[in-house]
Design a protein. Structure first.
Length: 472
């Protein structure tokens, strides 16, 4: 008979073995991803959209996960992310513009108030080494971008966090708009450059190009390293947020989200933990704003409108409120669909030859038949609550396809209807509507994509197949 102590020791060894296995699997996945990215760099042109999408995905993933920390894990509905991103972006830009370029950037404000740049300061400290100076300059600028955003969050959090629900959302949204107007005020233009843009600060590409001066391998693969840089920053930021979520503070955040009264009865200081979540979320939003500045290469306060906050909120909702991996997946899908996959919808298409005419006719009829089959199958299933939604969407798509088919058959040539500048956004909105209708809790819900969930999925599927075989 086994002793309780030996059983516990065996379980601990098994858990350590599982953790080691997961770490090895994570490392293998990372190596594969790096190999794929390096292969893309070798095959594709440096201006390929895949590199642009991956960079912007890294930026939006940081901001979306930071927003999810507040909205999904703490239950505080804040809409001030654009304001905190603006503070972070301007902090980075102001501190990183080279001193020699400040006269041209701040041409209407006598070269600005700040007369130094962090990369030059650190280059002087390390004996004129520009590469080391750039590294520490960017690192400190990113940290200060988060610190200043968190400081502003602390100041407005004192009165604002007393509010709840929609009132908190309206108050934080108002703060973001006030900050945007304030940074365009010419009275403080010596610091923010007023309504003019900030530029000539280091971007992802220029940072890697600076490092490449002493390394031929980096110089030969600038797209790879300039894409890898934001991904590394995003990975570090998201890892820190995940560690916080799985700490005792994270459990307190979830308790506040589930029931504030019960959390307070358990001894959780509501004001302290709400402020901690608010400032932490703002800190990483500030870093995300600095990364956005590095991605765009220019900053202008007018770009940080409330629509930017809505985009981040949309990413969180698509991925799943309360899911970190869902926010990352949502960021990629949002950026890829809006900036890359649907671009062809903004270009007009004209079909005129007989072969194309026949092919289009067959394709249109096939779409209508498939939509009809989908509606019939869904109606026969056990879950009929989504039937009306599917029928409406299928009817709308079928109407467009049939109209295009009739137009095509009656005319010698066909200009594909609706395909013109701006139609991409219409289709993207319809896709978002479909996702929200059929995945009300987002693609991931509150689940996480990890090795345990992947293993559980395949085990569940295998068990279902066994049960089906036994019944047969």
């Amino acid at each position: 008979m086994n002793k309780p102590g030996s059983t516990k020791s065996f379980q601990n060894k098994l858990e350590r073995h599982d953790r080691k296995t997961q770490i090895v699997a994570d490392l293998i996945v990372i190596v594969i991803c790096l190999a794929v990215l390096f292969l893309l760099d070798s095959v594709l042109d440096s201006s390929s959209m895949i590199f642009v999408v991956l960079k912007k995905t890294a930026v939006y993933a940081v901001v979306a996960v930071s927003m999810n920390l507040l909205n999904g894990f703490t239950g505080l509905f804040s809409l001030g992310q654009a304001g905190f991103m603006l503070i972070g972006a301007y902090t980075y830009g102001i501190l990183m513009i080279p001193s020699g370029d400040r006269a041209s950037v701040y041409q209407y404000f006598n070269g600005g108030i700040v007369k130094f740049s962090l990369q030059e300061v650190f280059a002087g400290i390390f004996g004129g080494n520009a590469g080391v100076g750039m590294f520490f300059g960017v690192l400190i600028a990113l940290i200060l971008a988060g610190v200043f955003a968190a400081l502003f969050a602390f100041l407005i959090g004192l009165p604002v966090l007393r509010l709840k629900g929609d009132y908190l959302a309206i108050a934080t949204l108002g703060f973001a708009e006030i900050i945007r107007a304030l940074f365009q005020w010419n009275t403080i233009g010596g610091l923010t450059n007023g309504s003019n843009m900030l530029r000539k600060f280091p971007s992802f590409d220029s940072i890697v190009a600076g490092w490449a001066a002493g390394c031929p391998f980096v110089a030969a693969h600038i797209p790879f390293f300039s894409t890898l840089l934001p991904m590394i920053i995003a990975a570090i930021c998201i890892s820190l947020i995940v560690m916080l979520i799985h700490s005792s503070y994270g459990r307190s955040f979830k308790a506040i989200r589930d029931d504030e009264v019960a959390a307070e009865a358990m001894g959780i200081n509501l004001a302290k933990h709400k402020m901690l979540a608010f400032c932490t979320s703002s800190f990483f939003a500030g870093i995300g704003g600095a990364m956005l500045a590095m991605f765009q290469t220019t900053i202008q306060a007018n770009a940080f409108k409330s629509s930017m906050t809505y985009e981040i909120l949309l990413i969180v909702v698509i991925g799943g409120i309360g899911s970190v991996t869902g926010s990352i997946l949502g960021a990629f899908l949002f950026v890829a669909a809006s900036e890359w996959w649907l671009r062809f919808l903004d270009t007009e298409m004209v079909f005129a030859d007989a072969g194309t005419k026949t092919g289009f006719s067959v394709f249109a009829i096939a779409i209508v038949v498939l939509l009809a089959a989908l509606v019939i199958v869904k109606n026969r299933g056990k879950e009929k609550k989504d039937f009306h939604r599917i029928a409406i969407i299928a009817s709308a798509v079928a109407f467009i396809v049939i109209a295009a088919l009739i137009n095509y058959l009656l005319s010698p040539s066909m200009n594909v209807p609706l395909l013109r500048s701006g139609f991409r956004l219409v289709v993207f909105s319809l896709i978002i509507m479909i996702i929200v209708l059929f995945y009300r809790r987002g693609i991931m819900g509150t689940r996480e994509l990890n090795w345990d969930s992947i293993t559980a999925f395949f085990m569940k599927r295998r068990n279902a197949e066994k049960e089906g075989g036994e019944k047969a």
